[in-house]
Ligand binder design. Structure first.
Ligand code: R2B
Ligand code: URA
Length: 311
C-alpha cells in the first residue's frame, strides 16, 4: 500500500475511538515508539481490530500471567497454539493478546501510563476497534478496608481530592476532568461472586505522583511531615470519599475520557493506610490478592460477551 492509501485506510476504518488530535490525520505513518508497532508495517486492523478489552497493570509478569489466566478461564486459546508472544517489540512494556483481550503492562506512575495510553489509544483507533473498554487492574493502599478488598473506582481524584488530572504542557498546568465509565463500574461490581470470601466495594480512588511522601507515608527516605499530619490528611481523604490510593487512576480516567473510551480502575488493597505504611503481606497473600481483580475481570468479560452473543 502506498502512503496515501495506507493513511486513508488507517483513518476511515470505522473505529469508535477518536483521538482528539487533528495532526494525526496529517501524518503519513505513525510509529508507536514505546510499544514498537507502526501503522505502515504491522497490519494493525488485522492483528488488533477485534480487541474489546484493553487491560493494564503495573508489572510485566503479572500481565503475562493475566493473559494466561484469561486464555484458560475463557477458553480463548493463544495466538500460536501454546506459547503467548509479547507483542511489544521493545522492553519498555509487555503486551499479550488473547481473543478480544489485550493485557499490557504500564509500569509505575502517571508518566509511564501516560506514554502507554497515548500509544494504545492510537493503536485501537488505527486498528478500527469498536466500543473498546480500558481497564487498569492493580494494587493500592486502602483506607479503612480489610487488606485484600477489591475497590472499583467511582471517581478518580488527585492529591487535593479534586476529580482532575493536572499535567504541565507548554509550561502551563492543564487540568483535565477524570471521567470513568459509571456503566462499566456498575457491571464490574455486579460481576463479583457473592460466594467469594472477600469484598468488592466502590469508592473514590486517590492517584498520587509518589508512593512515599506523596501518599503521606512517614517511612520514605525523606519525611518533613509528622505522624499527626499524616493521620489528619488520610482522615480528610476518607471524609472526601477516598477508599484507596494508587498512582495511575486519574491519568487513565482523563485520557480515556478525552478519547471517548470507557475507562475503569479496579485495585486490590495491600494494607490499610489508616493503620500503617509498610507493606508486609506474605508472598502467598500477595499472589492470592493480586488474583482477585483478575477473577473479577474474567467474570465481567464473560458477562459482557454473553450479552453480545459472543460467548
Ligand atoms: C500501585 O502500586 C504501585 C506502587 O507500589 C503503583 O504503580 C500503583 O499505582
Ligand atoms: N500501591 C500504592 O500506590 N500504594 C500502596 O499503599 C500500595 C500499593
Amino acid at each position: 500500500m502506498d502512503g496515501t492509501t495506507e493513511k486513508k485506510a488507517r483513518l476511515d476504518n470505522g473505529s469508535s475511538v477518536r483521538p482528539p488530535n487533528p495532526y494525526l490525520e496529517k501524518q503519513d505513518v505513525d510509529v508507536l515508539f514505546h510499544i514498537g508497532l507502526a501503522t505502515d508495517k504491522d497490519q494493525l486492523p488485522a492483528r488488533f481490530g477485534d480487541v474489546k478489552f484493553v487491560c493494564m497493570g503495573g508489572s510485566t509478569t503479572r500481565m503475562k500471567r493475566f493473559a494466561e489466566f484469561i486464555s484458560e478461564r475463557l477458553g480463548f486459546g493463544t495466538q500460536n497454539g501454546t506459547v503467548l508472544t509479547d507483542l511489544c517489540s521493545t522492553d519498555r512494556y509487555c503486551m499479550y493478546k488473547v481473543g478480544c483481550v489485550l493485557s499490557v503492562s504500564h509500569g509505575m506512575g502517571m508518566p509511564s501510563i501516560s506514554i502507554l495510553l497515548h500509544e494504545l489509544i492510537k493503536l485501537v483507533h488505527y486498528a478500527g476497534c469498536k466500543d473498546v473498554v480500558f481497564i487498569r487492574m492493580g494494587t493500592c493502599g486502602g483506607l479503612g478496608l480489610k487488606p485484600g478488598t477489591v475497590v472499583v473506582t467511582d471517581t478518580a481524584v488527585n492529591e487535593m481530592f479534586e476529580p482532575a488530572y493536572k499535567v504541565p504542557i507548554l509550561g502551563k498546568i492543564v487540568s483535565r476532568p477524570t471521567q470513568l465509565s459509571k456503566e462499566v463500574a456498575t457491571e464490574l461490581l455486579a460481576a463479583h461472586d457473592s460466594n467469594a470470601d472477600y469484598d468488592v466495594t466502590t469508592g473514590n480512588t486517590m492517584s498520587t505522583s509518589d508512593f512515599y511522601e506523596g501518599q503521606a507515608r512517614i517511612d520514605g527516605a525523606i519525611c518533613e511531615h509528622t505522624l499527626e499530619d499524616k493521620i489528619a490528611y488520610l482522615q480528610a481523604a476518607y471524609e472526601a470519599g477516598v477508599r484507596n490510593i494508587e498512582m495511575e487512576g486519574t491519568c487513565l480516567a482523563a485520557m480515556c475520557g478525552a478519547a471517548k473510551i470507557k475507562g475503569a480502575v479496579v485495585c486490590v488493597t495491600l494494607l490499610d493506610r489508616l493503620l500503617g505504611d509498610q507493606v508486609t503481606m506474605t508472598p502467598e497473600q500477595h499472589q492470592e490478592w493480586e488474583h482477585r481483580p483478575q477473577e473479577l475481570l474474567a467474570r465481567f468479560f464473560i458477562n459482557q460477551l454473553r450479552k453480545e452473543g459472543l460467548y
